[in-house]
Ligand binder design. Sequence first.
Ligand SMILES: Nc1ncnc2c1ncn2[C@@H]1O[C@H](COP(=O)(O)OP(=O)(O)O)[C@@H](O)[C@H]1O
Ligand SMILES: [Mg+2]
Length: 272
Amino acid sequence: MLDQADGYVTADGRQIGPVVMEMQNITLRFGGVEAIKDISFDIREGEVRAIIGPNGAGKSSMLNVISGFYVPQEGQVLYKGAPRPAMKPFEVARQGIARTFQNIALFEGMSVLDNVMTGRLTHMKTGMFSQALWKGRAEAEETENREVAEKIIDFLEIQAIRKTPVARLPYGLKKRVELARALAAEPNLLLLDEPMAGMNVEEKEDMSRFILSMNDEFGTTIALIEHDMGVVMDLSDRVVVMDYGKKIGDGTPDEVRNNQDVIDAYLGVSHD
Ligand SMILES: Nc1ncnc2c1ncn2[C@@H]1O[C@H](COP(=O)(O)OP(=O)(O)O)[C@@H](O)[C@H]1O
Ligand SMILES: [Mg+2]
């Protein structure tokens, strides 16, 4: 089923499209450390693609390659069929790619709403010069950005804290605000680095629900890194498993769960 070029329909009736991103033989080094060793895999339109593996496996590095933040020494990334050059963060955003970080990166002194509004920056077309000339247009744009931000705040059920400074929020809610900001950019591809790390069971359930309905309602393609195997199995269509920079598994949650190399890596079997 997975070799169908145009996509396929999942068991629960979701439409998965063609490949949008292809990692081809990626090797990434930091000095003498090989963080990623000759890894290839793809991401399809509309899918929830998980990257899992023990600490230090190279998952965050891989997400940074996907986002265009790191350029690998070997191999190439194809985005919508074209090789992707090195990009600045704002160029990445313009391509419809948004992300959250393993360590929360919000403006702590600003309100939730203002933080979410910063996610709209790439959609602001009116510069200062034209703002002076076209006051009306700038105002219309501001109104539209605010509407999108409010819509996402409603969607993620954080209306009650929209005026609260982020610094005053508990950890789980900060993670949700970070997700809101990423979503405010209306991305085609959303990259989440451990969106549920440090959360309690209830918070994880909420986050899982939001990720799934985001995928469902907005058609957002999602690549996420997650440690909790249960969460990964529930959420994802396909899973890449990394260990010591190598890919040791790739397939549906069931395929990966029954892969002996994956079982060994998770049980901490020695690798020498
Ligand atoms: N910026 C960096 N500079 C040097 N080494 C790095 C850097 N980022 C990651 N590494 C190294 O690359 C390896 C993979 O790290 P990382 O991608 O963060 O793994 P994971 O997210 O799976 O825990 C580790 O050995 C880590 O120390
Ligand atoms: Mg990491």
